[in-house]
Design a protein around this ligand. Structure first.
Ligand code: PXP
Length: 252
């Protein structure tokens, strides 16, 4: 048990995914970020991908301008994204691997294989006052290289743990626990995320060295079930009001 606070970063990417399915403005990820702030989120996370499949640059600009919570920009370590981060100045930037055809970030960043490329990106972001985190698998070599690269934060990829069948998660959980311990002992701040749900969050939230969880897909998906009922009721009421000549007694 620990009483160290655990921050929640809400990833609003998939509000934009639904918006982009129609190409209009609804649902607005900035409105979702405002709601997340009111609901107790500690930060907003968004992944600006090369193909802009969810969040756009305009979303990032608005999130920075309109939302008081700290912004954690997930990004690939490319020149284009570095330029955008330096111009936008989010509180934090989380460097993630990006493959064009993947559905989501499939694994952690291989910092051991890419340290020569990552070093200057980490330095440029850090020099601009942006707190860099490296999204890595819970692996001792990756942690050692992340530390050597001088990034202050690692985010441990929880995908392997979450994807394991219930009852067979203990090995993956143990890897997360020992990675968190190892990273914290080196002085790294430890975050975790990817694939977390109501069912999988508790053991990860209980790891004492972890100080932040970033959660997106499940929250947005689950919000459909938490909110669809009242949304349909309101549409029904508006329709019935119009039909009965109620003249707008039901608020939009
Ligand atoms: N952390 C990082 C670095 C990610 O890339 C993602 C997915 O974009 C998440 C956390 C959140 O994962 P999920 O959407 O599965 O909750």
């Amino acid at each position: 048990m620990t009483d160290r606070p655990l921050r929640l970063g809400v990833n609003i990417d998939h509000v934009a995914t639904i918006r982009n399915a129609r190409g209009g403005r609804h649902p607005d990820p900035v409105r979702a970020a405002r709601l997340a702030a009111d609901a107790g989120a500690d930060g907003i996370t968004a992944h600006l991908r090369e193909d802009r499949r969810y969040i756009s640059e305009e979303d990032i600009r608005r999130l920075k301008a309109e939302i008081a919570l700290p912004l954690n920009l997930e990004m690939a370590a490319t020149d284009e994204m570095l330029g955008i981060a330096l111009a936008t100045r989010p509180l934090a930037a989380c460097l993630v691997p990006e493959k064009r055809a993947e559905l989501t970030t499939e694994g952690g960043l291989d910092v051991a294989a890419n340290h020569g490329h990552l070093g200057p990106v980490i330095k440029a972001l850090s020099d601009a006052g942006i707190r860099v985190s490296l999204f890595i698998d819970p692996d001792p070599v990756q942690i050692a290289v992340a530390h050597a690269l001088g990034a202050p934060v690692v985010e441990l990829h929880t995908g392997a743990y979450c994807d394991a069948v219930e009852g067979h998660r203990s090995d993956a959980l143990e890897r997360l626990r020992s990675a968190a311990k190892r990273a914290a002992a080196l002085g790294l701040e430890v975050h975790a995320g990817h694939g977390l749900t109501f069912e999988t969050v508790r053991p990860v939230a209980a790891i004492p060295e972890v100080v932040e969880l970033n959660i997106g897909h499940f929250l947005i998906g689950e919000a459909i079930f938490a909110g669809l009922d009242s949304t349909i009721h309101r549409m029904r009421a508006l329709m019935d009001d119009a039909r009965s000549g109620g003249g707008g007694t039901v608020a939009v």
